[in-house]
Design a protein around this ligand. Structure first.
Ligand code: HEC
Ligand code: HEC
Length: 392
């Protein structure tokens, strides 16, 4: 007679590692996404790439893994699922050594939502931030729409994780053994023996029972060699596509020639603003009012003024598809050429302690370069933000 403690190896090592690594990376990406500062973007993106690698592995392992890791062991008919739900409602769910029908649905749903988050995330990265493998192909408007989708999926994912944990807690209680533990050691008690001992499970082999897997399934060995090969090949294809894509210049940028008059005359009192930071009309208004320039007389020779005005209006925000150019295109009608009075600027900088703008080394809201290392390039990448970046 077998002892009650007889265990079946359900989750192979690779599936367990996958599960816990995915847990860590997804939690990390979510926490950074919801609460992290902008300059943590790289960590968020790398966590995403990590999740992508894990999902590639999981898809391969779903065909090449050992018995219970294979998708074929947890694809259930709608009837099986309903039957299981009825059992759960009665507090006597049918037992499954591998995923139960609801757990299986959750596995597929989680993988699906994670893939959609990865896709939408890459579109945001490329369209809004002008970074990553899609930067050369995606415009700002599409990026903004993807940002909305990415957020909605993030909330959905949080809800699904909560449901997943509730399901694990519920099944652990009803079955009397911890599913969390079995995701660590890989083992579960043999259900047919547990049933014989008469605990809360539906008896296996019940006429009404689904074609479930209450009894251990016939052992299918993992095809590790083939799995490694498939992961390497698909990984190489994905990394190759990513490297090729990243080599395409970001679509939001154009070549900006320098202009001597602009560089020498307009950097005397403050940093040289990138022409993409204001729309054409604003630059023309500013250049027409240099004798009263924020309380200073900044007037210049007519020819120099004309040259700078031409330059700024040619390379104004309309010519770019960066985040800064798109967002700063909407100016405050009362202060049409004040970058720091635009609704976007005020919104994005609202959480910064206002005294920072008045003290060294920042000294002025308009001193973008004090906090944005890449301000002169017009990029304003999230990773290049550091409040009061070292300046005298
Ligand atoms: C004599 C000094 C002086 C010169 C020369 C000067 N500016 Fe300014 N500029 C200022 C001051 C002062 C402000 C307002 C305070 C601030 O934002 O730093 C300002 C603000 C600005 C702003 C608004 C920045 C914001 O905070 O939103 C822009 C844009 C600007 N200047 C463009 C130019 C251009 C273009 C030229 C060259 C034609 C120029 N400035 C030359 C002194 C000057
Ligand atoms: C005191 C430091 C500081 C100064 C000065 C400053 N910024 Fe920022 N900026 C920040 C911080 C911090 C953020 C991120 C805010 C957040 O999202 O919480 C930011 C965000 C931005 C963003 C959005 C970046 C993104 O990808 O989300 C843009 C664009 C931007 N700033 C432009 C400017 C411009 C243009 C100026 C100058 C006229 C300027 N900033 C001056 C600190 C500063």
């Amino acid at each position: 007679m077998q002892s009650l403690s007889e265990k079946v190896r359900v989750w192979d090592l690779a599936t367990r590692l996958y599960h816990w690594l995915q847990f860590l990376l997804v939690m990390g990406a979510l926490l950074i996404g919801f609460f992290g500062p902008e300059w943590f973007l790289d960590a968020h993106v790398y966590a995403g790439y990590g999740v992508l690698a894990l999902i590639v592995f999981r898809l391969v392992w779903g065909f090449a893994g050992s018995t219970y890791s294979r998708f074929s062991s947890f694809i259930f008919s709608p009837r099986d699922i309903l039957c299981h739900v009825r059992g759960v409602l009665k507090g006597r769910p049918s037992h499954h050594l591998g995923h139960n029908p609801l757990g299986a649905l959750m596995v597929f749903a989680l993988i699906g939502v994670l893939l959609l988050m990865l896709g939408s995330g890459l579109v945001v990265l490329g369209g809004v931030e002008n970074q990553g493998p899609l930067a050369g192909f995606i415009g700002f408007d599409l990026g903004v729409r993807a940002r909305f989708v990415h957020k909605v999926f993030a909330y959905l994912l949080v809800g699904m994780i909560v449901l997943h944990v509730m399901g694990v807690v519920l099944e652990s209680r009803l079955s009397g053994f911890s599913l969390v533990r079995s995701m660590f050691d890989g083992n579960k008690p043999r259900p047919d023996i547990v049933h014989a001992a008469g605990d809360g499970f539906e008896p296996a082999g019940n006429a009404d029972d689904m074609a479930g897997n209450a009894h251990p399934l016939p052992d299918v060995p993992a095809r590790t060699g083939r799995a490694i090969l498939a992961v390497i090949v698909s990984g190489a294809v994905i990394v190759g596509a990513g490297v090729l894509g990243s080599a395409v210049p970001a679509s939001g940028f154009i070549d900006l020639p320098s202009n001597d008059n602009y560089s020498s005359e307009c950097a005397e009192c403050h940093m040289l603003y990138h022409p993409s930071l204001l729309p054409r009309d604003s630059w023309l208004k500013l250049m027409a009012n240099l004798e009263d320039h924020f309380g200073e007389d900044a007037s210049l020779d007519d020819s120099v003024t004309q040259d700078i005005a031409n330059y700024l209006s040619t390379y104004s925000s309309e010519a770019w598809d960066t985040e800064a150019a798109n967002e700063l295109r909407t100016v405050d009608p009362q202060k049409p050429y004040e970058i720091t009075a635009t609704p976007f600027w005020k919104r994005t900088h609202a959480r910064i302690d206002p005294t920072i703008f008045e003290t060294r080394p920042v000294l002025s809201k308009g001193n973008c370069a004090a906090c944005h290392w890449d301000a002169e390039s017009g990029r304003f990448a999230d990773q290049k933000i550091e409040i009061a970046h070292g300046q005298k």
